[in-house]
Ligand binder design. Structure first.
Ligand code: PGA
Length: 252
């Protein structure tokens, strides 16, 4: 963690959450956050699109922010089932995840698509969280850094700055599996991303790089202490306030 970068602890609820139970969990999180008048980190929950407006109302007078999990590249139009960054913003979101490995895999999203979505997020007034990460096969073939370089270079939106873009490094094999990268491996990849950003941006030192993949209360402290780790993107452990708060507490 670094003094010049404010940590971001982000929860990604994925395709989980019905209104009543989701509101109960989020209210519990908001209550925890309210015990800290000036938190030292940003706190974000990305619920499914159906809940963005309702969850934004729950968090409205708190430090917890709301984000989308994906957006289309266009502002509006004939794209059945998609939603735009402008719609997310209108519903109360301030961030949008793009290029999550589940979307890269389930929806064949290429780096070019992810880049267009991140640019759409900016156009709509949202901070883009651009996800990158290698598969197990790529790691075993010693291709991790090469894959990450390619994803960072080609998914980063034009006009990216530390204020409008966050990178999330999530090794695909660590997502939802209970396996996490070792602190040394995380440090090596995050340092590599920082170096890549240096060749692409003016304010690369200020851009936040999150780690994601089976982050939980029991490993968060160790992972958040790694150099160039500026927060976490949390899936399973973000669904319940009692699991998510201890992760936030490592950085607050
Ligand atoms: P996980 O998911 O914490 O359940 O591994 C992380 C993510 O996919 O963002």
């Amino acid at each position: 963690m670094s003094n010049q970068r404010r940590p971001l602890i982000a929860g990604n609820w994925k395709m989980n959450g019905l209104a009543a139970a989701a509101a109960t969990e989020l209210k519990a999180l908001v209550a925890e956050a309210k015990n800290h008048s000036a938190p030292n980190c940003d706190i974000l929950i990305c619920p499914p699109a159906t809940l963005v407006r309702e969850m934004a109302a729950v968090t409205s007078d708190s430090a917890v922010e709301i984000g989308g999990q994906d957006c289309h590249g266009n502002e509006s139009g004939a794209h059945t089932g998609d939603i735009s960054a402008e719609m997310l913003k209108d519903a109360g979101a301030s961030y949008c995840i793009v290029g999550h490995s589940e979307r890269r895999a389930d929806h064949d999203e290429s780096n070019a698509t992810v880049k267009a979505k991140a640019e759409a997020a900016h156009r709509g007034g949202l901070i883009a969280i651009v996800c990158v990460g290698e598969t197990l096969a790529e790691r075993e073939a010693d291709k991790t850094l090469e894959v990450i370089s390619d994803q960072v270079k080609n998914s980063l939106p034009s006009g990216a700055t530390a204020a409008n873009t966050v990178i999330a490094y999530e090794p695909v094999w660590a997502i939802g599996t209970g396996k996490t990268s070792t602190p040394d491996d995380v440090a090596a990849v995050h340092a590599h991303i920082r170096k890549e950003l240096g060749s692409l941006l003016d304010d690369s030192d200020k851009m936040r790089i999150l780690y994601g993949g089976s982050v939980k209360g029991s490993n968060a402290e160790e992972l958040m202490a790694v150099e160039n780790v500026d927060g976490a993107l949390v899936g399973g452990a973000s669904l319940k306030a009692v699991d998510f708060w201890p992760i936030v507490a490592t950085s607050i």
